[in-house]
Design a protein around this ligand. Structure first.
Ligand code: IMP
Length: 430
């Protein structure tokens, strides 16, 4: 059975929500394996728009099992507010259709405090985080002082975890001019949420293993994008998790052999939210137009996204790092009506040509994109459901993208509507 991993192949916001929803209809189990409520996935099903942050997209479909893996950092209060919001839209969530790995680290209010304190203190050097406490929560996980879901089941364990965690945070907060944590209040809040959260806690690695043995189809739903990866992204302007495909295995407790097909989600141009390098960024009317036509505002923070031309160098790089078998190309219709389109095919740095983005920040700062111009198209591609409905220049653009990134298009999405999709290869096919 070909299980599928979906990863964003740029800086996030590639339009994963729709594709994941399309695939989740075909899957039995849908698992999140990294990130937290910094993600924002929009699903349009019929007349209803669902906005998800932490819950796997499959949750809106009856009969599917949604799983939050140990690679995620979980804010329990954000989880239940999302569950309540979805309940208001008629989505029933219970221990029947949602399971959370018992070894998942928690995001606490102190992580959000630290995220904000650090960003404020950094001034111009800030990362531009979502302020959700993601980075500090992962730091505590790796620092072996985090509180995990299962720790809430035993007061003695919770006490000793709190001692270790607060010793660290109080010292940090002092340095940043913040007051110490109110331990009694934090403990009371955790004890209060524990009976709500614990029924969902499961040995997810075991459930995933059983699902595999039973021949179930698993969809691993990545969040953010490969260029925000903690190792391979534009460090330090990244998120704090592994956003590339390998994390699907370690973030849920399955072996790497469980992954059959890696689908990279790629937007037909480039966007980025937050600070950091962006070689093809446009500060002109073309960039403005991409932002307006593409409705490029963050789902979680509402921030305006930076926009630029398609960067084939970066996507070739991320497809290689994640072992992408095929891409889903999204938002092609946003390019409708441009006279000329540009695609970045290489970089020039200090007179040297590069076919990849070097790691050194000093080199990244000096990148000049090398562009290839392509003829645009005036017809609308919005809503196209077959190649025959696309203008020749649009097909040429797609073919050139495939050639440059060295990866085929498996799916082409031409509007937020789920049926406005051209399917070339079904990622779930054996
Ligand atoms: P953090 O994940 O909140 O720590 O933010 C780190 C960086 O990742 C910032 O540049 C954010 O804008 C970016 N980021 C985090 N989550 C997303 C996402 O879901 N889409 C796009 N960018 C994101």
């Amino acid at each position: 059975m070909a299980n599928v991993v979906v990863v964003g192949a740029q800086w996030g916001d590639e339009g994963k929500g729709k594709i994941v929803d399309w695939l989740s209809e075909r899957a039995d189990v849908i698992a999140r394996f990294q990130g937290g409520h910094n993600a924002g996935h929009t699903l349009v099903i019929g007349e209803t728009v669902f906005k998800l942050s932490l819950l796997p997209s499959g949750i809106v479909r009856p009969g599917k099992l949604a799983v939050i893996g140990n690679g995620v950092v979980l804010d329990p209060w954000a989880l239940f507010s999302e569950i309540d919001r979805l309940a208001g839209q008629g989505v029933a969530i219970s221990t029947e259709n949602l399971m959370i790995a018992e070894n998942t680290p928690l995001i606490l209010p102190l992580h959000q405090d630290l995220d904000k304190l650090r960003e404020d203190a950094a001034g111009k050097a800030k990362i531009g985080t979502t302020g959700r406490g993601i980075g500090p929560a992962y730091e505590d996980k790796v620092g072996r002082r985090t509180i995990r879901v299962a720790d809430l089941a035993d007061e003695e364990t919770l006490d000793s975890r709190l001692d270790r965690l607060l010793a660290h945070h109080d010292a940090l907060r002092k340095g940043l001019g913040a007051s110490p944590i109110d331990r009694a209040d934090l403990k009371a809040r955790l004890m209060e949420i524990a009976p709500q959260l614990l029924p969902y806690a499961q040995p997810v690695w075991k459930i995933m293993g059983d699902a595999r043995k039973a021949g179930k189809r698993i969809l691993f739903e990545g969040a953010q994008g490969s260029l925000l990866d903690i190792d391979f992204g534009t460090y330090p302007y990244v998120t704090s998790s592994t956003t590339t495909s390998g994390a699907a295995a370690s973030g849920t407790g399955v072996g790497p052999g469980a992954i059959g097909f890696v689908l990279g989600i790629v937007k037909a141009y480039t966007t980025r939210v937050g600070e950091g390098p962006f070689p093809t960024e446009l500060d002109d009317a073309d960039g403005q137009r991409l932002g307006e036509r593409g409705h490029e505002f963050g789902t979680v923070t509402g921030r305006k996204r930076r926009c630029g031309w398609f960067d084939a160098v970066l996507v070739r790089q991320t497809c290689a790092i994640s072992g992408v078998n095929g891409i889903a190309l999204t938002k092609l219709d946003v390019l409708d009506g441009f006279e000329t389109l540009k695609i970045c095919t290489g970089y020039e740095i200090d007179g040297v040509t590069y076919d990849y983005l070097p790691t050194a920040a000093a080199l990244q700062a000096k990148v000049t994109p090398i562009y290839e111009e392509m003829e645009g198209w005036q017809e609308s591609t919005a809503g196209a459901r077959s190649w025959a409905e696309l203008p020749a220049a649009a097909i040429k653009y797609v073919r050139r993208v495939e050639e440059l990134i060295q990866c085929p298009v498996a799916m082409l999405s031409t509007s937020p509507e789920r049926d406005d999709t051209i399917l070339v290869t079904d990622p779930f096919a054996d």
